[in-house]
Design a protein around this ligand. Structure first.
Ligand code: 6PG
Length: 469
C-alpha cells in the first residue's frame, strides 16, 4: 500500500491549495475532510497526481508514512481541538501535528501542554498569503515543539515563497505559541497597512476629487518606489476594476463597512497586555469597528456638523505629501509591531530573531514589501535595536517625510477627514521622541484623588502630598 508523506485535514480552499502546492513539489498528500463534497472536489483536482482523499479519518491516518505529518487546516477555535482529540488515539509518539490556521497563540500553548507526555509533536504555524499564496508559495511561520522542525524543514521551505535573493520565506520561529504570535502580529500590521492605504485613498478622493482610475495610477506609481508592496499593488488593481453591470468603479459600489475575523484585535489586546503602545495597529482595528456603525453614521451625518472639505489646488505636490505621510506612518506601525514582538519575546523567552522574521515576510505573505528588506538589514545591523524608528535608515526616512506628513494631518483635520491611523502614527512618533511628556500632571492627579504617590525629577524616592489646603 502506497503511503503519503503528509496528510492535510480540512480541504477548504487553503487546505486544498496547500495540498496541491505540496504535491507539485513532490510530496504525496493524503487529504481528509468531514464534508464529502470537499473530499470529492479534492479527488477531482488531484486525479492523476500523487494525492488522494480518504473517506474516514482512520483510513487517512493508516495511509500516512510514519512518523506521520498532518497539517490541520480547519477554522481556528474548537474545530482544531475536535480534530486533535479525534486523532490523538490513532497517533504514536513522534507523529507531528501542524495547526496551520490563525489560532490564538495562547490556544497553541494550551494544546502543546495538553499533548505533553504523548510524544506527539505539535506545531502552531502561521501561514500567510491567502488562496494564491497557499498554492504558489506562502510565508510560513512555524513554532511549537522544536523536535518537529528537522522533519518539516525541507518540506515547508520547499513550498514556501522565495524572496528575491532565493531565501525561502519559512523559518523556525520559536517554541510554544511563537509561530502563531508572529502571524497574529503580521495580521495587526496588515490591518494598519490597509487602513492607512484607505486613508490615503480617502484624502485623494475628498480633497483632490481624483477618480478611482486616477488613483489607480497614483498607487501604481507609488508601487515603483519605497512603498512597493503587495497591498499597494492590489490597491491599484482594485481601483481600476469596473463593475460589469453599471460600468462604475466597483470600489465605489462596495458598502463601506469593514469586517474582521479578530486577529487585529488580538494583536491590540496582546499589545495592551504586554504594555506596548501600538496605537496605530489599534486605530486600524477601531476604524473597522467605526466603519461597521454604518446606520449610526448615516444618521449622525445629518446631525453633527464639520468643515466642508476645501479642494486642494496643489494636486501633484499634495499627492507626493500623502505618499510621504503613508511611508512615515508605515514605519511607525511596523515599529509598533516589532515592539510587540520584542515585549512578548521578553515575557515568553521565545528568542526571536527579528531579522529572520522580517526576512520571512519579504515574500508570499499579505504584508510583503520591499521595505521588509530594509527592516531585515536594520535588525542585522543591531539585533537589540530598541525601536525600528531609531535605525539610521528609518530615522532618516522619518526625518525627510515628517514635514509632508504633518501637513497632510493638518489638512485632514482642517477639512474634517478622519485619518486615525496616519494621525495616530504621527502622535506615536512625536510621543516617542519626546523626552518630556505631560504624565507628571497625571501622576499629580492620581496622587490627589487616590494617594497613589509619585516620583520626583530632582530627588529619589516615592512621595505623597496632601493636596488640599
Ligand atoms: C493572511 C491573512 C489572512 C486573514 C485575512 C482576513 O496572512 O493570509 O492575514 O490570514 O485571515 O486577511 O483577515 P480579516 O478577516 O480579519 O480581515
Amino acid at each position: 500500500m502506497d503511503k503519503h508523506l503528509i496528510g492535510v485535514i480540512g480541504l477548504g480552499v487553503m487546505g486544498q491549495n496547500l495540498a496541491l502546492n505540496l504535491e507539485r513539489h513532490g510530496y504525496s498528500v493524503a487529504g481528509f475532510d468531514l464534508d464529502e463534497k470537499k473530499r470529492l472536489e479534492f479527488s477531482r483536482k488531484v486525479a492523476g497526481k500523487k494525492a488522494a482523499a480518504y473517506p474516514t479519518l482512520e483510513e487517512f491516518v493508516v495511509h500516512l508514512e510514519v512518523p506521520r505529518k498532518i497539517l490541520i487546516m480547519v477554522p481556528a477555535g474548537q474545530a482544531i481541538d475536535a480534530v486533535i482529540s479525534s486523532l490523538r488515539g490513532q497517533l504514536a509518539a513522534g507523529d507531528i501535528l501542524i495547526d496551520g490556521g490563525n489560532s490564538h497563540f495562547l490556544d497553541t500553548e494550551r494544546r502543546l501542554r495538553e499533548l505533553e507526555g504523548t510524544g506527539i509533536l505539535f506545531v502552531g504555524s502561521g501561514i500567510s498569503g491567502g488562496e494564491e499564496g497557499a498554492l504558489w508559495g506562502p510565508a510560513i511561520m512555524p513554532g511549537g515543539n522544536p523536535l518537529a522542525w528537522p522533519h518539516l524543514r525541507e518540506m515547508l521551505q520547499a513550498i514556501a515563497a522565495k524572496a528575491d535573493d532565493g531565501t525561502p520565506c519559512c523559518t523556525w520561529i520559536g517554541p510554544g505559541g511563537a509561530g502563531h504570535f508572529i502571524k497574529m502580529v503580521h495580521n495587526g500590521i496588515e490591518y494598519a497597512d490597509m487602513q492607512m492605504i484607505s486613508e490615503a485613498y480617502f484624502l485623494m478622493a475628498r480633497l483632490l476629487a481624483l477618480s478611482a482610475e486616477e488613483m489607480s495610477v497614483v498607487f501604481e506609481n507609488w508601487n515603483a518606489g519605497p512603498l512597493k508592496s503587495y497591498l499597494i499593488e492590489i490597491t491599484a488593481r482594485v481601483l481600476r476594476k469596473r463593475d460589469e453591470e453599471t460600468g462604475k468603479p466597483l470600489v465605489e459600489l462596495i458598502l463601506d463597512t469593514a469586517e474582521q475575523k479578530g486577529t487585529g484585535k488580538w494583536t491590540s489586546q496582546a499589545a495592551l497586555d504586554l504594555g506596548v503602545p501600538a496605537q496605530t495597529i489599534a486605530e486600524a482595528v477601531l476604524a473597522r469597528m467605526l466603519s461597521a456603525l454604518k446606520e449610526e453614521r448615516v444618521r449622525a451625518a445629518d446631525q453633527l456638523s464639520g468643515p466642508r472639505p476645501v479642494p486642494a489646488k496643489d494636486r501633484d505636490e499634495f499627492i507626493e505629501k500623502i505618499r510621504q505621510a503613508l511611508y512615515a506612518a508605515k514605519i511607525c506601525s511596523y515599529a509598533q509591531g516589532f515592539q510587540i514582538m520584542r515585549a512578548a519575546d521578553r515575557d515568553y523567552w521565545w528568542h526571536f530573531d527579528f531579522g529572520a522574521i522580517a526576512s520571512v515576510w519579504r515574500a508570499g505573505c499579505i504584508i510583503r514589501a520591499q521595505f521588509l528588506d530594509r527592516i531585515r538589514e536594520a535588525y542585522q545591523r543591531a539585533s537589540d535595536l530598541a525601536n525600528l524608528m531609531l535605525d539610521a535608515y528609518f530615522r532618516e526616512a522619518l526625518h525627510s517625510c515628517q514635514q509632508a506628513w504633518r501637513e497632510v494631518i493638518v489638512r485632514a483635520v482642517e477639512n474634517g477627514i478622519p485619518c486615525p491611523a496616519l494621525g495616530s502614527a504621527l502622535a506615536y512618533y512625536d510621543g516617542y521622541r519626546s523626552a518630556v511628556l505631560p504624565a507628571n500632571l497625571i501622576q499629580a492627579q492620581r496622587d490627589y484623588f487616590g494617594a497613589h504617590t509619585y516620583r520626583r525629577v530632582d530627588k529619589p524616592g516615592v512621595f505623597h502630598t496632601v493636596w488640599t489646603d
